[in-house]
Design a protein around this ligand. Structure first.
Ligand SMILES: [Zn+2]
Length: 232
């Protein structure tokens, strides 16, 4: 399914509302016990970039949901390369089933796990998707908050007359198209302890040239499309 950017933005706004209503409201009081001024702003972004940022000075959390990300997650050919797709499949979130609704609900949970990770002091430069992050993400799924997030997002979409398909996506087994990669995209590649994070510098015919970030800063890699994942 393709989506116009206006609808994409409307969906991203619902993701903001859902994150505040379900996730933030469940944790706010606990977080404020140690950081009394903690607050969260959720906003939409025009590109694909989807991320959590934290400003230590005023204890301000910011989560951005990119309209381009919402659009990319509507179809299997473009959704396949996102980290959230792999997380749902490999970690069995939402029964391991990838759908538009599950991907977008999971994205809310994923960004909120970064917020909790930051609060716990477990976010390290160059090791963002680390063991501590997945412990928090697993917990949000196990304690039912991820399911409530999914339910609220589905309800809001229905209320606003927006369609979030909950039918399972059939994923292509390999991603070999150059068109879906863009310079500047944050990416991840490699497995386990040798996983690296970076940013796309250039899109080639079958590979991307990636500039390492964090622990891989200063290094460049040529990575085949099939090994790359867009991070969020
Ligand atoms: Zn992430």
């Amino acid at each position: 399914m393709t989506l116009d950017p206006k609808t994409g933005r409307a969906i991203a706004r619902l993701m903001c509302t859902t994150t505040r209503d379900i996730l933030w409201s469940s944790y706010r009081d606990r977080l404020r016990q140690t950081r009394p001024h903690s607050h969260l702003e959720c906003r939409t972004g025009s590109g694909r970039a989807t991320y959590h940022r934290y400003d230590h000075r005023n204890q301000h959390h910011l989560i951005t949901y990119g309209v381009g990300m919402v659009m990319a997650k509507q179809a299997p050919e473009t959704a396949v390369s996102w980290l959230s797709t792999r997380e749902i499949r490999s970690r069995g979130y939402f029964g391991g089933e990838v759908s538009v609704l599950n991907l977008l609900a999971h994205t809310c949970t994923h960004e909120f796990a970064h917020l909790l990770q930051q609060h716990a002091g477990k976010r390290y430069h160059g090791s963002v998707h680390n063991r501590d992050f997945y412990r928090l993400l697993d917990q949000l799924n196990e304690d039912g908050l991820a399911a409530r997030t999914r339910e609220r997002l589905a309800d809001l979409a229905q209320h606003h007359g927006l369609t979030l398909d909950d039918g399972p996506m059939v994923m292509p087994c390999q991603q070999t198209q150059a068109a879906q990669w863009q310079p500047g995209d944050p990416v991840r590649f490699g497995e386990g302890r040798s996983a690296r994070e970076g940013r796309i510098l250039r899109v080639n015919r079958k590979t991307c040239t990636v500039e390492g970030t964090g622990a891989s800063r200063g290094l460049r890699f040529r990575v085949p499309f099939v090994m790359l994942e867009t991070t969020e």
